[in-house]
Design a protein around this ligand. Structure first.
Ligand SMILES: C[S@@+](CC[C@H](N)C(=O)[O-])C[C@H]1O[C@@H](n2cnc3c(N)ncnc32)[C@H](O)[C@@H]1O
Ligand code: SF4
Length: 377
């Protein structure tokens, strides 16, 4: 089936996956694991080969994620970053993010990242409380997270941290303390994810055995409400369900996913979305390092699929979706295509119009999944 795509396409984003971590956290089901130097070198060789497919492409966001990209050595980081710079054309305004774990950053790595054009760091902190970190199986302490942020601030202005809520043993008070600590660093961006118990992870099993004390649904909602309220008070604008930023520091790369813009995914299990087609790489490490990059999974999105995605991903953002942009992309009237769910949720006070934009109301954000799934055509 030919793909449906006839709107003016903006610049693409680039995602590069580094699947290595010092040690697997108890909750994480990302494609990540600990590896020896030989495996890391073999992987980098394969990554560089895969990048060749896109030589000369211009991108305006780069996101090296994982796993823990900063678990690579300085030499490996130089090889990776040098090849990205040589293979792709990075637009002048390119947002260039690297994910990091507090246990994996030192001055030499920070200097290297900066020298090779990285201009944004996203540090996985999760919590500053040692009992919560140990319940999550993290490799660092709260103090180590604080020290890493202070060190990173010497090199980077644009720093984001990930925090988690609804983690075992977390109370409203300990969550407030985590937020206060985060605010004290004057960061530009904070992501706040509710812990998801993923099947197959040690934390999931512990919960099945009844060994975890997790905040109940009401407490989880209250913790989320504390996050939204305190972030607002400290000048962090909520621009997506789990993401908060100082004005002008929203993640341009993540916005590409929610705006259904195009992105190239390089590396193990990475996904790409190009020309109305979504496809994924293999999640098998030995196949990947042999140069067998693609998984064979490919989805040609019909016009209906693309219109649905535009809505349910776009509604994750507090700015919602633009009627004009919808008309430009699909040559359709958004209000006609989604007449039924729009009128239902407007009557329920869950959806509102702000000029050209349609967005979820504050009360709808905490039940956003139920609302968004009704926009699937
Ligand atoms: C791929 S990790 C990269 C950061 C880095 N590896 C680290 O953890 O220090 C990105 C983020 O995903 C979030 N995350 C991973 N698994 C999660 C889960 N099961 N529930 C909620 N958030 C999760 C964590 O906040 C983590 O910082
Ligand atoms: S959360 Fe981050 S550090 Fe922990 S296993 Fe997952 S990718 Fe690795």
């Amino acid at each position: 089936m030919p793909s449906f795509c006839f709107w003016e396409i903006g610049m693409k984003g680039l995602y590069v996956h580094i699947p290595f971590c010092i040690k697997k956290c108890k909750y994480c089901d990302f494609n990540s694991f600990s590896a020896c130097e030989k495996e890391k070198d073999a992987y980098l060789g394969a990554l560089i080969l895969e990048m060749e497919k896109y030589r000369g492409e211009t991108v305006d966001t780069v996101f090296i994620g994982g796993g823990t990209p900063t678990s690579l050595s300085v030499k490996q980081l130089k090889q990776l970053l040098g090849n990205i710079q040589n293979t792709f054309v990075l637009a002048g305004t390119c947002e260039f993010t690297v994910e990091a774990n507090p246990k994996t950053l030192d001055e030499e790595k920070l200097e290297t990242l900066k020298k090779y054009g990285v201009n944004r760091l996203s540090i996985g902190v999760q919590s500053f409380c040692d009992n919560e970190l140990s319940a999550l199986g993290r490799v660092h302490t709260g103090i180590e997270a604080e020290e890493t942020i202070s060190l990173a601030k010497k090199y980077f202005d644009n720093i984001s941290i990930d925090l988690m809520c609804a983690i075992p043993d977390q109370t409203k008070e300990s969550f407030r303390q985590n937020l206060e600590k985060a605010f004290s660093f004057g960061l530009k961006h904070i992501s706040c994810y509710s812990l998801i118990l993923e099947e197959g992870t040690p934390l999931f099993d512990e919960n099945e055995k009844g060994n975890l004390v997790l905040p109940d649904e009401d407490a989880e909602r209250e913790i989320y409400e504390i996050a939204v309220c305190e972030m607002g008070k400290h000048g962090y604008l909520q621009y997506e369900i789990s993401n908060f930023a100082k004005s002008g520091f929203e993640s341009a790369h993540n916005k590409k996913y929610w705006q259904c813009d195009e992105y190239i995914g390089i590396g193990l299990s990475a996904h790409s979305y190009l020309d109305g087609v979504r496809f994924s790489n293999t999640d098998d490490f030995s196949s990947y390092i042999k140069g067998e990059f693609l998984s064979g999974e490919k989805e040609v999105l019909s016009k209906e699929d693309q219109m649905s995605e535009f809505m349910f991903l776009g509604l994750r953002m507090t700015d919602g979706v633009s009627k004009t942009e919808f008309a430009k992309r699909f040559l359709e009237d958004l209000e006609k295509v989604f007449e039924k769910p729009l009128s239902k949720f407007k009557n329920m006070g869950m959806i509102e119009e702000k000029g050209d934009r349609i967005c979820l109301t504050k009360k709808a954000i905490s039940v956003s999944n139920q609302v968004m799934c009704e926009f699937i055509l």
